[in-house]
Design a protein around this ligand. Structure first.
Ligand code: ATP
Ligand code: MG
Length: 382
């Protein structure tokens, strides 16, 4: 923690975050999203066009230089990027033939969160994947909206998260519902009303019991973490930025937009909340910082040391990511405690007592197997 809501990611945490991003990236690419990277410094004039300057985190100076001149500038630190992407899209969308389009980025966002709490769950500086889509009409937006919903389902499945798709209010953008992806968890700040039988779910802020129809199931209430959400923006931003296209009949029309967010750092925090025991983290295998945590126990006769080195090299040769704990002055107990704390999927222990056999255990199970080196290689392969 650097300050409230502001964090550094150390090497193991960064590996997890990169894996989270990799899964998101693959699914965004699969639905035609083109990755780009927009700036964090966004000039005031952009926010003024959409009337959102007042909500920004401001980066400014009014510096007097030696020559007596004042150098003034004022930017908003990007907390969302509808304005910037709409301005970019002006260069690429002229005709219905240029549509639909979708572009996304994975980028640091800045928000003046009053209550920055729950560690990575709510940062003042955090990572967001934001996807924006552009369409000729609402029908095409609605089609793509469902495509994104499915992609989000696939993403959260790969994190072993059960995300409930809940209706929420559209705020300033739309009178229709937006959809939030919510993970039931006591650490969450949202309150969800949901039915396990028919899948009906609404955020407390819009909850209307009368909307739960044709179902005998009871409505449950629970705390939840919003890990993603999807919005129909309509023509709000395209009108503000003059983003229009010529349709087949030659008429000029405003482009219809959608925007879709996921919080990779918030997901990282959610995974820790969801998957841990009293000894530490239990990362889902898909995001574990390494596949194997290789522990070499103190080795008075050197057998374990030689074997551990061989196994380490063999794993690397096979492309299996391995963290090798070869610290010589650390006790077995401390090494085991560290392995549990870090939560890497497999723990492989090599000691003089069992060599040439190796003890293999999954972090999420209590079963221990004694394996030869070649059997170990097979067991941990993806
Ligand atoms: P919340 O209601 O939790 O403040 P939001 O509605 O402001 O979220 P969006 O602006 O739609 O969220 O952002 C898209 C996604 O970015 C969210 O679904 C969430 O996963 C993530 N996110 C938003 N704010 C934060 C934050 N302060 N820290 C970490 N992740 C965040
Ligand atoms: Mg917010």
């Amino acid at each position: 923690k650097s300050s409230a809501g502001v964090y550094s990611l150390l090497p193991l945490g960064l590996r997890v975050l990169n894996k989270i991003n990799g899964i998101i990236r693959k699914e965004m690419d699969a639905i035609g999203g083109e990755e780009l990277l927009m700036p964090s410094l966004i000039e005031k004039k952009y926010w003024q066009k959409s009337n959102r300057w007042a909500t920004d985190v401001i980066y400014r100076t009014g510096r007097n230089l030696e020559d007596g001149k004042v150098h003034d500038f004022e930017y908003g630190l990007g907390w969302t990027h509808e304005e910037v992407i709409a301005a970019i899209a002006l260069n690429f969308i002229q005709s219905y033939r240029d549509l639909p389009k979708a572009a996304y980025q994975i980028q640091t966002k800045f928000r003046a969160e009053v209550r920055a709490q729950g560690g990575l769950l709510r940062g003042r500086e955090f990572l967001m994947k934001d996807l924006y889509s552009f369409h000729t009409d609402v029908e095409d937006l609605n089609r793509y909206y469902e495509v994104v919903k499915d992609a989000y389902r696939k993403i959260f499945e790969q994190f072993s998260l059960r995300a409930i798709v809940a209706e929420a209010s559209g705020g300033a953008f739309t009178k229709e519902y937006t959809h939030e992806f919510q993970v039931l968890n006591e650490a969450g700040e949202d309150t969800l009303h949901y039915c396990d039988q028919c899948g009906f779910a609404q955020n407390k802020e819009v909850f209307d019991e009368a909307r739960h129809t044709n179902c005998e199931g009871a409505i449950a209430v629970g705390r939840a973490i919003e890990v993603g959400n999807i919005f129909r923006l309509g023509t709000n931003f395209s009108e503000a930025f003059g983003l229009s296209f010529t349709d087949e009949a030659g008429a000029r029309k405003s482009v219809v937009m959608g925007s879709y967010g996921i919080g990779p750092t918030r997901i990282m925090g959610t995974l820790v909340e969801e998957f841990h025991d009293d000894r530490g983290i239990i990362w889902p295998a898909t995001v574990s910082p390494f596949r194997v945590h290789l522990i070499e126990l103190p080795s008075p006769n050197g057998t374990a040391h030689v074997l551990a080195q061989e196994v380490y090299e063999a794993l690397q040769k096979e492309g299996v990511e391995v963290l090798y704990d070869d610290r010589s002055k650390v006790s077995a107990g401390e090494k085991f405690a560290d392995a549990d704390l870090l939560g890497i999927t497999y723990r492989a222990v090599i000691g003089d007592k069992n060599a040439p056999k190796i003890e293999l255990k999954r972090r999420d199970s209590d079963d221990i197997e004694l394996l030869s080196a070649s059997a170990l290689l097979k067991a941990v392969r993806l």
